[in-house]
Design a protein around this ligand. Sequence first.
Ligand code: AMP
Length: 210
Amino acid sequence: MAKNVVFLGPQGSGKGTVIGKIKDNYGVPHISTGDMFREALREGTEFGKKAQEYMNRGELVPDDVTCGMVRERVARDDCAAGFMLDGFPRNLSQAEALTQITDIHAAILIDVPEAVSMERLGGRRQCRDCGTIFHLKFVPPKKEGVCDRCGGELYQRDDDKPEAIRERLAIYRSETMPIADYYDRIGVLLTVDGSGTPDEVAAQVKKKLG
Ligand code: AMP
């Protein structure tokens, strides 16, 4: 049976890292709407430019744009055995739209205190060329400002700057938290404690997913 899983949790809860650790066990793709927008931006498409205005302010890209992008993505062949969605849905109307698109079998909520999110996001640096993510404290690059993998320049995303982080966490509290209730009501919500190491959190998620 296909296993369609959504991951919920504030920015900095480690959703992307945990999915990266477990997705091969399930043979399904990791779909991150934030990465899809950033890729469109790197490619310089009109679509990417439109999304950029919202992203730089830490705001959500409008639902019609985002839902259309996800609808098209989960219909691709590589999602036949399921998928792991990261960063979508982000509000109730996206959750309802997703239910119209396909069945969701599990919603994993990775729970972390806000102070932990702030520390994880504030230290994050990403490679401009290959997208690899480092952290000044937890995963420092061998040479400051340079990607270990491809030698590209490391930068801080505009939306990882303190003002934008606060804005994103506020949006999470008001818009994303109600989604956890939505999935709880339909009986698929599974909660894990996200304050441990990536390996500890990944182990909890695997146990919950079975
Ligand atoms: P992320 O990397 O998931 O934090 O996403 C970065 C930015 O992309 C967000 O701050 C939004 O501007 C945009 N974005 C990502 N996913 C969504 C979504 N599901 N709905 C609306 N905007 C999104």
